[in-house]
Design a protein around this ligand. Sequence first.
Ligand code: OAD
Length: 251
Amino acid sequence: MTNSYELLLDSKVHVLVLTGAGVSAESGVPTFRASPDGLWENHRIEDVASPEGFAQDPALVWRFYSERRAKAASVVPNPGHYALAELEKKLGDRFMLATQNVDGLHTRAGSQRVIEIHGNLFKTRCTVCDREPFDDHTVYAANEVPGCGRCAKEGRNALLRPHIVWFGEALDGTHLHRISRFMSNASELVFIAAGTSGAVYPAANFVHDARRYGAKTVLINQDPADNGRAFHHWIQGKSGEVLPGLFTFAD
Ligand code: OAD
């Protein structure tokens, strides 16, 4: 573990960053675990973040995600988000950001090469038809469960659901493919995980995948992560304080 660390990036290096809830904590978005306002301290995962929970009580699930929408819409990106957007500007296609966060703050900070592996709070999709997930900033009223307008036109009743990957659901295979192709194409790879407890798979395995490709691996986290021993370096601290000063560039 270390508190000050500089990462020297040369003109060949590829950087893959994985972010989690801790990166948005300094913006005021609650994390999931191990803090008094942690979302999973106050809600049962299976009630609000599983297909079974949605089947049982869709209004409760929509209330949970509507509250999170309202919260995410009321906050702004912090220096950690901006530092990653700046790094992308320098590296271009040699940069990729995989985020478990669904709050959209990376994009709002200017990041473009972002893969939202757990979905996006501000997108909604139909539980029945194959229309594309669409932008939706609606904060639904308590007990309101939106229905699909397109299905209604065809005489079907179908509920809309948040475009979030719930427990028990698979991640988008094209996302995972893009991430592993990025790693395999890199002649020199740095993998950075920031603000994530390393408790949820497959994201928690990215560090192992990266190491198989010979990556240098760095964890930036306030507390020990479940997969922390897999990293070469752990910088203990806040991502909004560590990330802006982390990178130096070789000429
Ligand atoms: P967690 O809540 O599990 O972990 C957040 C981590 O961030 C903790 O290890 C904290 O120590 C650390 N942390 C908090 N504030 C920080 C800061 N300012 N700087 C750096 N680190 C900080 O969140 P995730 O690991 O993102 O999935 O959770 C992974 C997934 O579990 C989420 O995407 C979500 C959840 O269930 C779904 O909803 C599908």
